[in-house]
Design a protein around this ligand. Structure first.
Ligand code: C2E
Ligand code: MG
Ligand code: MG
Ligand code: MG
Length: 278
């Protein structure tokens, strides 16, 4: 009976998987029209500084507002954009939206916070990435400190020289660089030591183990020490409760991103949030 049960579960899983791959195939075909008809938007998640007791920055997170499936998670569609080689278009459209928002905040007299845009490693294969980014930002007359870039080292690059060169150029222009998902990537230590990273973001996988794994807690303590010795800032990702925030504060990691302080907000709600913040 136990066997029959697990077989049933397995069959169910197979059907689900089949449905999922069919959906992904359809979604993938819809990518060009989704970009053209502005179904791709963003939410903004503020980052809180425990020491200063205020919000200090935000992250732009892509959202696909699908006409029949509703709001889709980037965990579903980012891999599809990457496979179709259209992730650069998506990332640049988010950058454009962020610039439009920042410019409109400045023009309305609302003080903006720096906003970070996620860049896929694949974006760096385009040798004109730096010039393209600079053109977009400067078209909106923005101070470069208002735009930051997050990168993840997920796979090894054939030619990391191009990536490093682009990061150097962006840094020299005053853009803040963040290393995303630190600790969970392919070899994040290499990127951290070879590129001008300003801030590392501790992956939420580790945040979730605070209180249950002393090995994780020891590792986090040492990451904080290393970051301090390197002169690099830190943000803890995925902080959902007070115990996690308290732990990060106790080890000297004061910047917190997570549901405890704010969920990612739609653009209009983010504007209101900025206005009511002080
Ligand atoms: P990420 O860059 O590490 O972004 C943080 C993710 O954690 C976001 O998921 C955010 O909604 C989620 N999060 C924040 N606080 C909490 C919390 O307290 N608890 C939990 N459980 N989750 C929290 P999201 O928006 O689903 O994005 C997933 C990933 O998709 C991002 O991870 C990023 O790698 C990628 N992504 C999102 N937007 C873009 C984009 O515009 N371009 C590229 N290339 N990738 C993107
Ligand atoms: Mg990110
Ligand atoms: Mg992250
Ligand atoms: Mg992450």
């Amino acid at each position: 009976a136990t066997n029959g049960h697990s077989e049933q579960n397995f069959a169910f899983f197979e059907i689900k998987k089949g449905e999922e791959s069919l959906r992904n195939q359809r979604l993938s075909e819809e990518i060009p029209s989704a970009l053209k008809t502005l179904q791709i938007g963003m939410h903004l998640q503020p980052v809180f500084n425990l020491k200063e007791q205020k919000f200090v920055s935000a992250e732009a997170l892509a959202r696909w507002n699908h006409p029949t499936l509703g709001l889709l998670s980037p965990k579903v569609f980012i891999p599809l954009f990457e496979k179709r080689k259209m992730i650069l278009e998506l990332d640049l459209s988010i950058l454009e939206s962020v610039c439009v928002l920042q410019q409109s905040l400045v023009e309305s007299g609302i003080e903006p916070l720096p906003i970070s845009v996620n860049l896929s490693q694949l974006d760096f294969y385009d040798s004109t990435l730096f010039e393209t980014i600079l053109t977009i930002v400067d078209n909106h007359f923005l101070s470069h400190e208002l735009i930051c870039f997050e990168i993840t080292e997920s796979t090894s690059m054939d030619d990391p020289k191009q990536l490093l060169k682009t990061l150097e150029l962006l840094r020299a222009q005053g853009f803040i660089l963040l290393l995303d998902d630190y600790g969970s990537g392919y070899s994040s230590l290499r990127l951290l030591t070879s590129s001008p990273i300003d801030i590392l973001k501790i992956d939420m996988e580790f945040t979730q183990q605070i209180g249950t794994s002393s090995r994780v807690e020891t590792a986090l303590q040492n990451i904080v020490t290393m970051a301090k010795n390197l002169g690099v800032g830190m943000i803890a990702e995925g902080v959902e409760n007070k115990a996690q925030a308290d732990f990060f504060q106790s080890i000297g990691c004061n910047q917190i991103q997570g549901y405890l302080y704010s969920k990612p907000l739609p653009v209009q709600a983010y504007r209101l949030f900025l206005q009511t913040m002080k």
